[in-house]
Design a protein around this ligand. Structure first.
Ligand code: SF4
Ligand code: SF4
Length: 310
């Protein structure tokens, strides 16, 4: 039997901002129906992994045999721009060390602190398997997926990575799911420069700058550069508009601090980025996902748009 209070106390000791616990079960039918409709509309663009293993995504008990309990945790990454320097050209989540690595290490530490073993007592997940992390964070009482599609922790905002333990043991207490509190607010939708947010908490990845500047290969659609603002890797516009982020707590995680060389980059340095600079700046960083070609394509698109505006 897992002890809910112990799980939360250990999670807090390890630096997680929040932790919650829910019984493992198939996702509710209405949610699954809307998810399938979103896929059928092609809104996932060419991110095939979102479609793959759909049955497991809709039922974590197929992902981990005998699953009984899901623990959802949140790790904060917000840093004020004054501490990020030249790294402000990258979306906030990508300015430090690759969060997959940080989260994986921390979840392993949580398992160990609870006397549990990965692949024996369950499994750890961090954006690496077909598990709907925002759905489970809501079921675990951490907050709710906002109209922006980003997960909101009340009183703390959206600048959090989510991770999960899917465990084969029952817990002595489960949290209640949270009710959404976006109300009548539509600030994220109004702030989106590409009209990617569909108003129901989903987005059309084909229009989203986060998808286009990170996942998309090949040429960017015409006009993308003029919508990118000052950010050439990802986009934080909907997050910045969200009123809950006024309360974002600064992270104490050293791993999420940008490297000194990254902070010193200027617009001119970015425009003349070499493959050696790229390797040095982004060793161990999530930015490598775009590749050197993708990143320089984005920088060029931004630069060209700026020239056209002058
Ligand atoms: S990340 Fe940017 S482009 Fe994507 S939905 Fe948010 S504001 Fe729109
Ligand atoms: S900006 Fe408003 S509508 Fe959008 S996620 Fe935040 S609270 Fe919800």
């Amino acid at each position: 039997m897992l002890h809910s209070d112990q799980i939360k106390a250990e999670a807090k000791r390890l630096g997680f901002y929040a932790a919650g616990i829910a019984p493992a079960a198939p996702l509710d039918e209405e949610y699954a129906r809307r998810y399938k409709a979103w896929l059928a509309g092609g809104h996932q663009a060419d991110m095939a992994w979102i479609e793959n293993n759909l049955e497991k995504r809709l039922n974590p008990c197929l992902l981990v045999e005998g699953a009984q309990t899901i623990v959802s945790v949140a790790l904060g990454y917000y840093l004020p721009d004054s501490q990020a320097g030249g790294a402000v050209s990258l979306a906030r989540y990508a300015r430090g060390r690759d969060y997959h690595d940080v989260m994986r290490e921390r979840l392993k530490a949580l398992m160990a602190a609870l006397g549990l073993q990965d692949y024996v007592d369950g499994r750890i997940f961090c954006d690496t398997a077909p598990i709907d992390e925002r759905y489970w964070a809501k079921q675990c009482g951490l907050g709710w997926p906002g109209r922006s599609g980003q997960f909101i922790i009340p009183g703390a905002g959206t600048y959090f990575f989510l991770g999960e333990l899917v465990l084969i043991h029952p817990a002595d207490h489960y949290d209640q799911p949270t009710t959404g509190r976006c109300g009548e607010c539509r600030r994220c939708i109004d702030a989106c420069p590409t009209g990617a947010l569909m108003g129901d908490g989903t987005l059309d990845a084909r229009r989203c700058l986060s998808y286009l500047t990170i996942e998309h290969r090949g040429e960017l659609p015409i006009g993308t550069g003029s919508k990118m603002g000052s950010c050439f890797y990802g986009c934080d516009r909907c997050a910045e508009a969200c009123p809950w982020n006024r309360f974002a707590p600064a992270t104490a995680e050293k791993d999420f601090q940008p490297k000194t060389q990254l902070k010193q980059m200027t617009a001119t340095n970015w425009q003349s980025l070499t493959i050696e600079d790229y390797r040095r700046l982004f060793k161990g960083s999530a930015v490598k996902r775009a590749g050197f070609e993708g990143l320089t394509r984005n920088i060029q698109a931004l630069h060209t748009a700026e020239d056209n505006e002058e």
